[in-house]
Write a protein that binds this ligand. Sequence first.
Ligand code: ADP
Length: 422
Amino acid sequence: MTDEKRGTTREGSEHSAQGKRPGERHEDFLDRQALHSRMSQIQHKIMVLSGKGGVGKSTVAVNLATALALAGKRVGLLDVDIHGPSIPKLLHVEGTPITGNETTLFPVTVGCGTGLLQVMSIGFLLRDRDDAVIWRGPRKFGVIKQFLKDVDWGELDYLVIDSPPGTGDEPLAIAQLIENADGALVVTTPQQVSVQDVRRCIVFCRQVDLPVLGVIENMSGFTCPKCGELIPIFGADGGRAMAEEMGVPYLGAIPIEPEVVVSGDSGTPMVQARPHSETAKAFGRIVRTLLEPELRQVEEQVALPRDGHPMTIAVPVTNGVLSSHFGHCERFVLFEVDPDGKTIARRQELKPPPHEPGTFPRWLHEQGATVIIAGGMGSRAQSLFAQNEIEVVVGVSGGEPDVIVRSFLDGRLETGANICDH
Ligand code: ADP
């Protein structure tokens, strides 16, 4: 998206932060410059939105910020949920006195070692919770603007912003004030009613020109601790279906786990308190998707929850369908999938290097592939893939790569004889 385009609807595009606008009051111009200079020290800004309250937006914001911090990033967590700031409670820092002066507020540091977060909540500043209720629109906008402008984060890799729920004036103010945000993560539960709210949220993002980074379905099924059966308490897959319908990425599902409530009460986010829980693994996968461009570098440094190893499946393709001999394929389609959730997190098409014995297994290994689905394959090629830690599935005939991978994930992929015609 171009800055020009954003500048039409959002306050803080780069060019709008320079020069004074026609008719702009001098104080507003100075505020805008101050906000611009704070925000320009932050590399990535991610807003966490939800269509309504109670779907786990703050829980997602806290765990996401912590998972990014555990990944070695410098992270700030900003709670601008003016009517229900719950971040201080979730991190056990309620009532912490804020240091600063007339124009500067310093965030509170939470945690120790890796997982360190800089936290600022509007809740630290509200004398009582009813303050915000009596503020009228312009006053609210002023308070939000001053708050965003005054917090001195220093340099950050990521700022995660817990926004007020809904699509009203408050999230609008934030979307307009945070310049060049990467985009929004939209949290929903699988229920129909919540999913409809999220649809509104996505329309809202489009109206303010805020990219939708993806939809997260929270409270998505409960695994019975006795029999292991997944019980879809609030329905199933509503978030995924809605994301597909609206053409936005689906980032995955977070189950209902009673420990989430316990961890919220104890002040230690799930990704830190229970790194092997399903919830922590789900956050690990979401963070890996967000960090995708920097993934390789990050995976070397980090201790993200890694039990549910993502798997990358390579499918050799010619003319849009599975190539009967992988060595002659036009390209490989690589699917990064979540084996637990059976979801495709990322899909990319790559042109392979010139084919010589051994080049494709090595190259696919470098691309992160862990499985190759092929038509036929000789035993020598199979052993070369094995040496490169790539599992081989052979005997699949024809078909579009996406259909093949979905069948494979659902356990419905039919394989026949391994016919190597090469
Ligand atoms: P919101 O910010 O959308 O209002 P919260 O993050 O405050 O929602 O979550 C609302 C309540 O639901 C909290 O008590 C939280 O602990 C609980 N909760 C959130 N996500 C889950 C989950 N995946 N499993 C169990 N409880 C959850």
